[in-house]
Write a protein that binds this ligand. Structure first.
Ligand code: IMO
Ligand code: MG
Length: 425
């Protein structure tokens, strides 16, 4: 297998984790390149559910995992996740997990900033409140603490002074409680010996893997529509979620990225605020939420649900170079009398075939829906195209034609092998 980047093609929660889990069996390494514990990747292995936020989805099966420099790493969250995995019998050793020295640290102060910023916004973003955005702000502001700093207490202490001087001025200005240095520094120094054995030159290890002919699955978090550049700004996350992020976020050369596999549900969901043209408010939306169990892995928030949006997917495919599409959760549509696909947008009687850049330009945009017949025979657990009802095949083919990207995988259930493989037409 060549290298593959797995990218969320919608607004997140597409089922990237289980696709990565499936690919990981055929690969040597799984590498995370963006985001942090705002991600929630669920896998079911032999009936046991694993919920991962920071660990690459291959570790459950003992596959080598890497956390790249593009990740915002909360050391407390990572250690807690490692402990949770170990309690489930999954050993996380330095042979299994390597963390880039240059990954940005997420600290408790970032969570406090995230919460305060959300309160200050007249229209909140609906962040996961994990401190991810503020940590990336510090990275770009050149004041972040990085994983490698944990090895040098004196330097760590200096960097923390700089960070606190910056943020405490802001907290003070707002009349909010400021942060003391000592507890922050003590906590970091206490965690350092637990984390440092995992820390290495991920870029070098990925290059060595490439030279040795090994293959890597780059596991994207979030999704194209939450990308800092390509998403529905400002209702986005703060990292590069697109395939290009795999290069800058791990150190792999863009020319070595290989295939880009976009992951999309056969319908759409979004958690948090921001535009969602094909959103369903009424009973149909609730039916999708119930059948798809559309509640956040991370925050438990009910997800907004709607029909699949081909305008959005087409654009995501272009800006992220999606070569193939994996369609997930087909079985959730079992039992719907009719199913719609958003094939265009309309505003004041005018057809639009792209996502308007500004929020204001989206006001009054309506979805142009194409209706498909539902099916009566369940697709749940189907593992071949032949096992699918003709109506489901017709829907898959229509999605492929509308998006202009071949659908090469379809999932029909939560178990890893509830997957249909299709050759690109
Ligand atoms: P996975 O990897 C879905 C959303 C939040 C919010 C916005 C910004 O599981 O697909 P942030 O905390 O990142 O600053 O929040 O992005 N968001 C996600 N939505 N899946 C995710 O990750 C998400 N990570 C962040 O709801 O709207
Ligand atoms: Mg998720």
């Amino acid at each position: 297998m060549s290298n593959v980047v797995v990218v969320g093609a919608q607004w997140g929660d597409e089922g990237k984790g289980r696709i990565v889990d499936w690919l990981a069996e055929r690969a040597d390494i799984v590498a995370r390149y963006n985001g942090g514990h705002n991600a929630g990747h669920t896998l079911v292995v032999n009936g046991q559910t694993y919920k991962l936020a920071l660990l690459p989805s291959g570790v459950v099966r003992g596959k080598r995992g890497m956390i790249g420099n593009g990740v915002a790493l909360d050391p407390e969250a990572l250690l807690a996740e490692i402990a949770r995995m170990e309690a489930l019998g999954v050993r996380i050793t330095p042979e299994v997990l390597q963390i880039a020295e240059t990954a940005t640290l997420v600290l408790p102060i970032h969570r406090a900033i995230d919460a305060a910023q959300e309160q200050l916004r007249d229209k909140p973003i609906g962040t996961t409140l994990r401190g991810i955005g503020p940590a990336y702000e510090d990275k770009v502001g050149r004041r972040a603490l990085r994983v490698c700093d944990l090895a040098d207490p004196a330097y760590l202490s200096q960097r923390l002074d700089l960070l606190l001087a910056h943020h405490n001025a802001w907290f003070r200005g707002l009349g909010l409680e400021t942060f003391e240095k000592a507890p922050l520094l003590d906590a970091l120094l206490a965690m350092a010996p637990k984390l440092l054995p995992f820390v290495g030159r991920v870029w070098e290890q990925l290059d060595a893997a490439y030279q040795a002919g090994q293959s890597v699955v780059f596991e994207g978090s979030q999704a194209v529509m939450l990308d800092i550049d390509w998403g529905s700004y400002p209702y986005v996350t703060s990292s590069s979620t697109v395939a290009a992020g795999a290069a800058s976020g791990t150190g792999i050369a863009p020319s070595r990225i290989g295939t880009v596999l976009g992951v999309s549900k056969v319908y759409a969901t979004r958690v948090g605020e921001g535009p969602f043209v094909s959103e369903l408010d009424g009973a149909l939306g609730e039916q999708l939420r119930d059948r798809g169990r559309e509640y956040g892995v991370n925050t438990g928030r009910p997800r907004r649900c709607g029909w699949l949006d081909a305008v959005q997917l087409r654009q995501a495919a272009k800006v992220s170079g999606i070569d193939q599409l994996a369609l997930t959760k087909l079985d959730v549509l079992d039992g719907f009398d009719s199913i719609s696909l958003c094939v265009g947008y309309e505003r004041d009687g005018q057809r639009i075939d792209y996502i308007p850049a500004s929020d204001a330009a989206l006001v009054g945009v309506r979805p142009v829906l194409r209706e498909f017949a539902g099916w009566s025979r369940p697709t749940q657990g189907a593992r071949t195209m032949d096992a699918l009802p003709a109506e489901a095949v017709a829907l898959i083919e229509a999605i492929e034609a509308e998006v202009g990207v071949p659908v090469t995988m379809v999932t029909t259930g939560a178990e890893r092998d509830d997957v249909i493989l299709r050759d690109p037409a």
